[in-house]
Design a protein around this ligand. Structure first.
Ligand code: URA
Length: 206
């Protein structure tokens, strides 16, 4: 599995604000969006372009436009925090949603919702901000693989080594782009140092 950890100084700045327990939900959402731009710029480095002839005020010239072949799938609910960057940066992207919540006793994923566009031959970006045990992301990838996408790229804000290890075993063909690889999971399967519960912090719930 290809794992890319962002190394841009802005990601360190944004992530520090996201980690800080004193950051309120409004600020948290704004900085999650900023980080989503950095993740998505990295994630779209290899998408395809087609040529397009245009005329500048001076001459005819050749330009490019991105192919209409990308889908972003948000793993509910925390994945909603990353869709703004995708929406702004990529024209013609379609969106899909997978609802998976983790069972707080076993940490295993429980599936409750799905709404997916056609994924065949598409670049599929899966937005799952916190890669903890890897259960939800691995489950979402299984769902995506029921169709035949061209590429699967998972975007996470923070990843735990335990989750990366699981993904490497179960989905070595996927690319993972993460803001940061943190230290470990604690006994309640939260990422340490982490940022707490991403969904709660985004939506002001506890
Ligand atoms: N999900 C979260 O929101 N935070 C964690 O630390 C782990 C899973």
């Amino acid at each position: 599995m290809q794992v890319i950890e962002l190394s841009h100084p802005l990601k360190s700045h944004y992530l520090t604000i996201l980690r800080n327990e004193n950051t309120n939900s409004e600020e948290f959402r704004a900085y999650a969006t900023k980080l989503s731009y950095l993740l998505f710029i990295e994630g779209t480095k290899n998408i395809s372009l087609k040529e397009k002839n245009i005329t500048t005020p001076l001459v005819d010239t050749k330009g490019y436009e991105v192919e209409n072949d990308s889908v972003a799938i948000s793993v509910l609910r925390a994945g909603l925090g990353l869709i703004d960057g995708v929406k702004e940066l990529l024209p013609n992207v379609s969106f899909g949603y997978i609802g998976v919540q983790r069972n707080e006793e076993t940490a295993e994923p429980e599936y409750y919702y799905e709404n997916l566009p056609d994924l065949n031959d598409k670049n599929v970006f899966i937005l799952e901000p916190m890669l903890a045990t890897g259960g939800s992301l691995s489950f979402a990838i299984d769902k995506v693989k029921e169709q035949k996408p061209k590429d699967i790229i998972a975007l996470t804000v923070i990843s735990a080594p335990e989750g990366i290890e699981r993904l490497e075993k179960e989905h070595s063909d996927v690319t993972l782009i993460t803001g940061n690889i943190d230290e470990k999971l604690n006994e309640s399967w939260y990422i340490v140092p982490g940022l707490g519960d991403m969904g709660d912090r985004l939506f002001g719930t506890t």
